[in-house]
Design a protein around this ligand. Structure first.
Ligand code: SAH
Length: 398
């Protein structure tokens, strides 16, 4: 049984916690030094000792724990986790029934009531992401809950709580049947090869499902497409399936080439008719300008933060300059898909970046549509940072 530590919340933080803010930050707690062992159950109280919420101590870069319940009588036991997981899985019924989509999120951290834990479904397999050692201490309760309420072929996990939130290299298999890799999943009829036993990134980012569908169904036909920070080329596959005349995928990681070839091949697309370039995007932009290359659809989906040999990129600071470079190689009336998964700024600031970039480029624009997280990535109003994904489709007018 995990012990309980009572934490006194500083007056300035009481209101937001009362309003449902689920993250526990050190700076909000008077006696955080009392926290010793991750996985400890914490009970938050105000200065008068009045109960505010209960949760667990777990270190992530964003905070030191999560509130899981506002009911003082609830215990952090197996039935508690089972109830949360059941509600979440039931809410994804339409996904489980959709034969064209076999990969989606079934549990989205604080959005589903347990910060620090996500669970994705990949064609019969569940992949559990543990974001702190604290939540990992509830592994037995959570795995037992899945056994009770869900049918699965096998369970895999990612322990994402080593230093700096890095992923611990490990055998990620928990139990059941081992999958043979690549595991082929479907998303709106698109095939993706995924690997649950390699690294923290399994081959496809499920949160971009609606964006890929929009590109395939409404934006790609007859277009020359540039996909930057392309990873395994998922956006390029969607564009090619949507009738793009050619896609160009650019990513600095060596592995991206074979991974992109694999994803094209999964979908019956001749990869030799596409360009797959292993290169720093910033060099590629220079090359494209030199060669006077232009594109009708340019996709920008950089990591929030990245360091390459020559460049450090931080979305919160450098996005306008990145976008400006993309604007220069976009055809008039072409479309730029500007995406960011940075949780450090919101949509308003992102739109400010777009405005700034077009101003710098001396171009006019029109915003066509916007995407946030899809419904399986459930979020809550009291934790805005949780809705991290921002994707804006922009037409370059002049
Ligand atoms: N857009 C992708 C996901 C991008 S993940 C998708 O939808 O699947 C971020 C990718 O950016 C990683 O594959 C990483 O290798 C790449 N990357 C980071 N810095 C880069 C740079 N300077 N130039 C090119 N690629 C970069």
């Amino acid at each position: 049984m995990n012990q309980t530590v009572k934490l006194k919340v500083k007056p300035a933080h009481v209101k937001s916690l009362k309003a449902g803010y689920p993250l526990v930050k050190k700076e909000a707690i008077l006696n955080w030094r009392d926290l010793k062992k991750e996985g400890t159950v914490i009970e938050l109280v105000d200065e008068k000792g009045q109960f505010l919420g209960k949760g667990y101590y777990g270190l992530q870069n964003k905070g030191c724990g999560w509130v899981l319940t506002r009911n003082p009588k609830e215990e952090m036991n197996q039935p508690f986790f089972e109830k949360k997981l059941k509600v979440a899985i039931d809410a994804r019924k339409s996904f489980f029934e959709d034969e064209e989509t076999t990969a989606f999120r079934v549990f989205n951290g604080e959005g589903d009531g347990i910060g620090g834990l996500t669970i994705d479904f990949f064609d019969g397999y569940f992949l559990i992401n543990w974001y702190s050692e604290g939540i990992y201490r509830f592994k037995e309760e959570i795995v037992q809950s899945l056994r009770t309420i869900a049918a699965f072929k096998g369970l895999y996990e990612k322990k994402r709580f080593a230093e700096k939130g890095a992923y611990i290299e490990d055998d990620d298999f928990i139990e059941g049947e081992r999958a043979s890799f690549p595991l082929i999943v479907k998303e709106n009829g698109i095939h993706f090869a995924v690997y649950l036993n390699e690294s923290a990134m399994v081959g496809v980012f499920l949160d971009q499902r609606e964006v890929r569908k929009a590109i395939r169904d409404r934006y790609a036909e007859g277009k020359r497409v540039l996909n930057t920070f392309s990873y395994t080329g998922a956006f390029s596959i969607a564009a090619a399936l949507g009738g793009a005349v050619k896609t160009t995928s650019v990513d600095v990681a060596n592995r991206s080439k074979s991974k992109t070839i694999e994803q094209f091949s999964m979908n019956g697309i001749d990869y030799e008719a596409q360009d797959i370039i292993v290169e720093d995007v910033f060099n590629y932009f220079k090359y494209a300008v030199r060669k006077k290359l232009v594109f009708d659809l340019v996709i920008l989906d950089p990591p929030s933060y990245a360091r390459s040999k020559k460049n450090t990129f931080s979305a919160g600071k450098d996005y306008p300059d990145l976008l400006e470079k993309a604007i220069h190689i976009t055809e008039k009336n072409g479309i730029i898909v500007a995406s960011t998964n940075s949780s450090t700024f919101g949509m308003d600031k992102f739109k400010g970046f777009i405005k700034k970039a077009f101003h710098q480029a001396g171009a006019e624009y029109n915003i066509l549509e916007e995407f946030r997280l899809p419904p399986d990535f459930k979020t809550i109003k009291s934790y805005k940072e949780g809705n991290y994904l921002k994707v804006v489709f922009i037409e370059k007018l002049t």
